[in-house]
Design a binder for this molecule. Structure first.
Ligand code: MTE
Ligand code: HPA
Ligand code: MOS
Length: 750
């Protein structure tokens, strides 16, 4: 089935917040952010701004009728700065005007008096100064203290990984419309309409039922709109509340880049120990997460770092510690992979270091340390239906790993100015929100009297194709054509308390809820059919738009069946609920079984390095990916290729740079580089892992949204191998991204 959005997307007909026709009386808002990374606000003078013709109002913290608080996990984030500013770009005032350019012009006239303080811009410094958002946490397995004695080789070192700009095509956007009876309808570009509803409700001091949040789709989120859709919607709602006018707030790209949080940069210490057979016996690490100025979802991201500390490997003795460090940057937030890429980059760094010291290709160590069936993760869960070795073997067979390594070695012997590097990256990613309670989905299914079907769920379409999957799931369950089904916007009045569309679980949770709703209706329909056809209901099926009895098509067609059900006054609507069974986690012991299942895979990456210029191409990436049993391979392949491209960007050219004063230097697309058509692999082959369906996945098809991003990690280590081939005395360096500047320096030891 084709993606249901592709036709309208290609024609530019899909509607985003900025495409919505303006409602009469609409005003436009622009947000003034802090110029300083840390300081005390002495005064805010809006008088000059208010003199500009067309300016209607300027709102600051003191105008908030409810609570000036939008923190989700921890209540530490004001909507608008009141007494102090904590990062450059922190919202201080909302200017409302007849047009957005007027509002933008006026905000420059607001006079701020801020006493400048010294910001914290390094997570290690934050840790030292005890500037932590939540207490540090440790996951343990085995006995790390005695394990070092069993090791023949022990290596220690440091690593670091930079953040990443989400760069969703649609910037943060909201449109707040006051309605009758003191209610508000909010159109928001968010991955979490329930979070927006809660934020607005708190800021306005109104109960949740007075706030309706509607999302047709969003132009990409990648995690950047899980928590961070909320502030902009809340500001628009604040202005709508005060002025009783519709308010549209759409961030300009430069403001979006400056004011919103990104993927968390991390600093690391590691220690790895191997026995004489290159078995990894012990692994210890300390992760300093740069959380930015407020909690946002950082504690949850930190938790996922802990869960993925050993990547796709089994290590019998482990100690992983993470610190959630408060710094003076925008609150860093969810980003595809959610803390796991950082953990996995670190483990691969430690492993590559060991391989380099021992003078072997890293694959020799990787292969013998892969997770095996029944191995225990450092949080108690067992690796069941473990596909780590299976994925590696299939990659080896399908893409002839040995031959590829030989070819790279041969190329390096024959060439001086160009060198190649090859790496293998094994993936293991846990599916489910690590916060167990979020693992629930809901769906509202209506069948109309003409036989057409409307489905509303809690999931938000952001380009990942989840709505298409849900339509397919509903059609398969009801036994009708997909053309009969329409999927509506995601709306808090149709589906309440929806978990964010995140953790790659959107399709599983909301798709299964849809199947439950459809089955509830189908049961009733089959009863009606058995009455009409006077036959045993256990023999009845609905398929191909007709009722079948004992495998024979009857004359009772879908439309007639629906009309009969209606006439019989039987409900042909249902609200389905699904919650992932069995998962649990106990934070006090840091033990449990938090994931429904794990997704596995293997990527082989080859890069070609131009040793004169320091630039490199990703020549090929060959991927075996575990989809369970896919029912829409085109969509899944799109997610694998898109995730890979984003992961390559993370590891290669996407570099966030900040001034020492805490302001963002890479604040536009001319100085923040994302992969373009030239940066993606020249050859990208994807093959599904030969594995079966997983019952906890939607129609057996495993979650695919985030895991493939991590295949990008292979690029970093392939580049390291290529540098080493040019300069054999090179000591590997673990500082992602591998920008061309860093690579050039490494080639010439500068
Ligand atoms: N794909 C597109 N095109 N755009 C996006 O914003 N977000 C990713 C992934 N794939 C994203 C995407 C992230 S971070 C997640 S968690 C999943 O999609 C969410 O959707 P799912 O749960 O339906 O997989
Ligand atoms: N993954 C992604 N988003 C989340 C999670 C998670 O585990 N928990 C809360 N938000
Ligand atoms: Mo995805 S980072 O869980 O929105």
């Amino acid at each position: 089935m084709k993606n249901i959005d592709s036709y309208a997307h290609a024609r530019g007909e899909s509607v985003y917040v900025c495409d919505m026709p303006l409602i009469n009386g609409t005003l436009h808002a622009s947000v003034l952010g802090s110029p300083l990374a840390k300081g005390n606000i002495k005064s805010i003078d809006t008088s000059e701004a208010l003199k500009i013709p067309g300016v209607i109002a300027v709102f600051t913290a003191k105008d908030i009728p409810g609570e000036n608080q939008i923190g989700s996990i921890i209540q530490d984030e004001p909507l608008l700065a009141e007494h102090e500013v904590d990062y450059v770009g922190m919202p201080i005032a909302v200017v409302v005007a007849e047009s957005e350019p007027i509002a933008k012009k006026a905000k420059k006239l607001i006079k701020l008096e801020i006493e400048k303080l010294t910001p914290i811009t390094d997570p290690r410094v934050a840790k030292k100064e005890n500037s932590l958002i939540v207490p540090s946490r440790t996951f343990k397995l085995g006995d790390i203290e005695t394990a070092w004695n069993q090791c023949s080789f022990v290596y220690e070192g440091r690593a670091e990984m930079g953040g990443q700009e989400h760069l969703y095509l649609e910037t943060q956007s909201a449109y707040a419309v006051p309605a009758e009876g003191g209610t508000f309808k909010i159109y928001s570009s968010t991955q979490a309409n329930w979070y927006v509803q809660k934020g607005v409700s708190k800021v306005l001091g109104l109960p949740l039922h007075k706030i309706e949040v509607d999302v047709v789709r969003i132009g990409g989120g990648f995690g950047g709109k899980e928590d961070q859709g909320t502030p902009w919607a809340s500001m628009a709602a604040l202005a709508a509340y005060k002025l009783n006018r519709p308010i549209r707030l759409i961030l300009r790209r430069e403001d979006d880049m400056k004011m919103t949080g990104k993927r968390h940069p991390y600093q690391f210490d590691y220690k790895i120990g191997l026995d004489k057979n290159k078995k990894i016996i012990a692994y210890q690490c300390e992760c300093f997460q740069d959380a930015g100025a407020s909690a946002d979802v950082s504690p949850a991201v930190m938790e996922r770092t802990l869960f993925h500390g050993c990547g796709s490997y089994f290590v019998p003795n482990v100690k992983i510690t993470t610190h959630c460090c408060r710094t003076n940057f925008p609150p860093h937030t969810a980003f595809r992979g959610f803390g796991a890429p950082q953990a996995m980059f670190l483990f691969e760094s430690a492993l590559n270091r060991a391989a380099n010291e021992l003078g072997v290709h890293p694959t020799e160590i990787q292969k013998i340390n892969l997770l095996k069936e029944g191995n225990e993760f450092p949080y108690g869960q067992k690796a069941l239906k473990c596909n780590a070795e299976k994925a590696w073997q299939q990659a080896d067979e399908s893409f002839n790993l040995k031959k590829q390594i030989v070819e790279v070695t041969k190329f390096n012997k024959e060439n001086n100015d160009y060198k190649k590097g090859i790496s293998v990256y094994p993936l293991c990613f846990g599916i489910s929100f690590t916060k167990t309670s979020l693992n629930q989905g809901r769906s509202l299914v209506h069948i109309y009297t003409d036989g057409s079907v409307s489905v509303s769920t809690g999931v938000i379409e952001m380009g990942q194709g989840v709505n298409t999957k849900i339509v397919e799931a509903a059609a398969k369950t009801l036994g009708i054509n997909v053309s009969r089904i329409n999927i509506t916007s995601t709306n808090t009045t149709r589906v309440a308390n929806a978990s964010p569309t995140a953790a790659s679980s959107g399709a599983d949770l909301n798709g299964k809820a849809t199947i439950n709703a459809c089955n509830e209706i189908k049961e009733k329909l089959i009863e009606i059919a058995s009455t009409i056809l006077k036959c045993d209901k256990s023999k009845i099926e609905i398929r191909d738009e007709s009722v079948w009895n004992e495998n024979t098509k009857t004359d009772l067609a879908w439309k007639e069946l629906i009309m009969a059900a209606y006439e019989a006054r039987v409900p042909i609507s249902a609200h389905g609920h699904y919650s992932t069974p069995k998962i649990h986690f106990d934070k006090s012991s840091e033990h449990g079984s938090p994931f429904a299942y794990h997704v596995y895979g293997t990527a082989i990456t080859t890069v070609k390095l131009d040793c004169i210029r320091g630039i490199y191409d990703v020549e090929s990436v060959h991927i075996i990916h575990d989809l369970g049993s896919t029912f829409n391979y085109d969509i899944d392949k799109g997610q694998i290729e898109g995730g890979l491209a984003q992961g390559i960007g993370l590891m290669s050219i996407e570099e966030l740079t900040f001034n020492p004063d805490g302001s963002l230097l890479s604040n536009s697309l001319s100085n923040y580089k994302v992969p373009d058509i030239y940066a993606i692999p020249k050859e990208c082959k994807v093959e599904p892992l030969r594995s079966g369906p997983d019952n906890l996945a939607l129609l057996g098809s495993k979650a695919v949204g985030e895991p493939p991003l991590m295949y990008g990690i292979g690029t970093y280590f392939a580049v390291q191998m290529a540098i080493k081939a040019y300069r054999p005395s090179y000591e590997l360096s673990f500082s992602a991204p591998a920008t061309y500047q860093k690579v050039l320096r490494a080639l010439y030891n500068r």
